[in-house]
Design a protein around this ligand. Sequence first.
Ligand SMILES: Cc1cc2nc3c(=O)[nH]c(=O)nc-3n(C[C@H](O)[C@H](O)[C@H](O)COP(=O)(O)OP(=O)(O)OC[C@H]3O[C@@H](n4cnc5c(N)ncnc54)[C@H](O)[C@@H]3O)c2cc1C
Length: 389
Amino acid sequence: MTTAVESGRTADVIVIGAGAVGAATAYFAARAGLRVTVLDSGPLAGGTSSACEGNILVSDKEAGPELDLSLYSQKIWREDLAEFADLFEFESKGGLVVAASERSAQSLHDLTERQRASGIQVTNVPANSLTDYEPHISKKLTAGAFYPEDAQVQPMLVVAHLLRLARELGAFVHTRTPVTGFIRKGAAAIGVQTPQGDFHAPSIVNAAGTWAGNIADLAGIHVPVLPRRGFVLVTEPLPVTIHHKVYAAEYVDNVLSSDAGLQTSPVVEGTDSGTVLIGSSRERVGFDRTVSLPVLAALAAKAIDLFPVLEDIKAIRHYHGFRPYCPDHLPVIGPDPRVPGLWHAAGHEGAGIGLSAGTGKLIAQSIIGISTDLPLGSFAPERFEQVLT
Ligand SMILES: Cc1cc2nc3c(=O)[nH]c(=O)nc-3n(C[C@H](O)[C@H](O)[C@H](O)COP(=O)(O)OP(=O)(O)OC[C@H]3O[C@@H](n4cnc5c(N)ncnc54)[C@H](O)[C@@H]3O)c2cc1C
């Protein structure tokens, strides 16, 4: 017979969600000495963290709070988590952003100037040097920029290993355990209800990704996290053909756009297994899982424009996921003053893998009550309420 503490029913911290963000939060909280219990309605990494690519990018960020978080998270991946890098296939491969017109070359140049001023390492690459980076790239491009800090991980391995490491530090992980309600003491949240019984902790972290808004609803508050669908095409395995993460300059505009309609821009990268991953599409269609052949065709055509060598290569499969999107494109990270005891770590949109490491460490710092390495004000969960009133 196990006691309540042994099965994790009484903990210091409950983390709702076993995706990349929940796993990083659990790991850093356990490393800080807290007793952690992770609850997920499905399996490990059953949400968007298994339906994405694993890029850790600084290249697609404009100056501002998300770039600050991105640079901080880079540091956490490269320092705090460095000893585990091989476990989750961390590869500092670098990113190459390319422009296909003179106008786009000028915008890319202007972006690199702003980014450099914000501390990003970037080298401008003239059109005739692009093949030094990618021998098979289209000869029709007008300019490029190389970002040596862009890196990649295997997201499902990140989740599995960070949760294993957290368990070695005493954490409990309960899969197939959906949170269905909160236990309250006055305004405060002091536990959660599940079909498998109640769990108690003075600190509860909503790391439910695209479903974080539903968890907020259960707590009686509004946190607007919406799904933004994206497809990825996977090719048959090839000998090493594409060396970096390569994408079109327009991708940055698509990331920052709030348009609900379909946007596609080519994002191409090789993997260790030889397959090439081809993205990216963005559209707000709720949780519609219908496969869209026009979107897949557009992705393939744009990838071939970038790498004509892909024309004769077969796509063997595709998948899609739902990015957790907040209307101002910033995640919600930090304590919620409307429900003492509740923290949020969600809404990282298309960057939740890259930003997970930094987010997890910041949440752990916030819970133990020390000064956070980055100010969390821009990510305040209640900011949308303030806009409404
Ligand atoms: C096509 C595509 C490509 C992408 N590429 C990249 C990329 O290259 N780099 C990058 O950084 N990001 C990328 N992203 C974004 C990234 O995948 C997400 O930001 C990230 O996975 C979010 O992680 P998370 O842990 O917040 O959410 P999730 O991984 O979705 O985890 C949330 C968990 O909460 C659980 N949950 C939900 N409700 C409950 C409940 N009631 N009770 C208990 N558990 C619950 C779910 O089961 C789920 O496991 C991409 C996304 C897509 C769709």
